[in-house]
Design a protein. Structure first.
Length: 281
């Protein structure tokens, strides 16, 4: 059974790979991007099964317009993929206010806008699936990515809440967590002038690993795209979809460490609870 998809950030990376694979299997795709001309080469082959629009998720009016027009043109949308993303690679003091604003606007607020714009349509049609592209860095951290992590941890908390709220409407939501993958995203990271105070520490170590090519990218982008499609085709929507050997290892280590720390503070946590009066007064 063919599906209709609405995807943000389709000019490159996972968005482009998803669009190609879905069209090739016979689905319809509403492909949106800041540069929609990047997918126009697909129109000659797939015709009106490809619908495209310019969309900068930082612009709430543009988000609403693109979502409304896609549903109007296609009649129904089965899967919404929030894929548009932006990253800043800098230590906490190196990034500018504008760089911080853009990463939060795109990854957190932009994703929220798309979900909010799509939900009235999905509720009316009585079904749908949302795939929110996050990262292993939505549950773990790496030096020099603090603002990227802030946006991804934020969208994961938002989506985990929303998944509970929209389940009664027949709408599923899955947070997709790819690991480090050669999609070209690293080359598009915003950077800032390096401060020597941070260059000698973990932030500098991560910067040098990327520059020297020793920061591993162990995952296959084609396989990740297919895993996302397979998940959306499934009958039930998992809350999270970890994708990558590094994702599994790093997130598991992070969760294990956090649980151990929580347990270490068990007595302190319980000590501040209001104690019931044994006399019932």
């Amino acid at each position: 059974m063919t599906k209709t998809w609405f995807i943000t950030g389709t000019s490159s990376g996972f968005g482009r790979l998803l669009t190609e694979r879905l069209l090739a299997r016979g689905d319809r795709v509403a492909a949106t991007a800041r540069r929609p001309e990047a997918v126009q080469d697909l129109r000659a082959e797939y015709g009106d099964r490809l619908w495209s629009a310019r969309l900068d998720v930082e612009d709430r009016h543009q988000v609403q317009q693109a979502v409304d027009e896609a549903f109007a043109a296609l009649g129904t949308v089965d899967v919404v993929v929030n894929n548009a993303g932006h990253g800043v690679f800098a230590s906490v003091e190196e990034a500018s206010d504008e760089q911080i604003r853009r990463v939060v606007e795109t990854n957190l607020l932009g994703s929220v806008r798309v979900i909010r714009a799509a939900l009235p349509h999905l509720r009316r049609q009585g079904h749908g699936r949302i795939l929110q592209v996050s990262t292993s860095g939505g549950q773990t951290t790496y030096p020099n990515f603090s603002y990227y992590h802030a946006s991804k941890w934020g969208i994961e908390g938002f989506c985990e809440t929303v998944a509970q709220e929209i389940a009664p409407f027949g709408i599923g939501l899955t947070i997709v967590e790819p690991g480090a993958t050669p999609t070209g995203f690293g080359g598009a990271l915003a950077t800032a002038p390096v401060m020597p105070e941070y260059d000698a520490g973990p932030a500098g170590d991560t910067r040098r690993a990327l520059a020297e090519g020793t920061f591993r990218l162990p995952n296959d982008p084609e396989r990740i795209a297919q895993a996302m499609i397979d998940s959306a085709d499934g009958e039930t929507a998992p809350l999270r979809l970890p994708l990558g050997s590094d994702t599994y290892a790093h997130v598991r280590a992070s969760l294990t460490a956090r649980l151990a720390e929580l347990d270490a503070h068990r007595d302190t946590a319980l000590s501040v609870a209001v104690q019931e009066d044994p006399a019932g007064i």
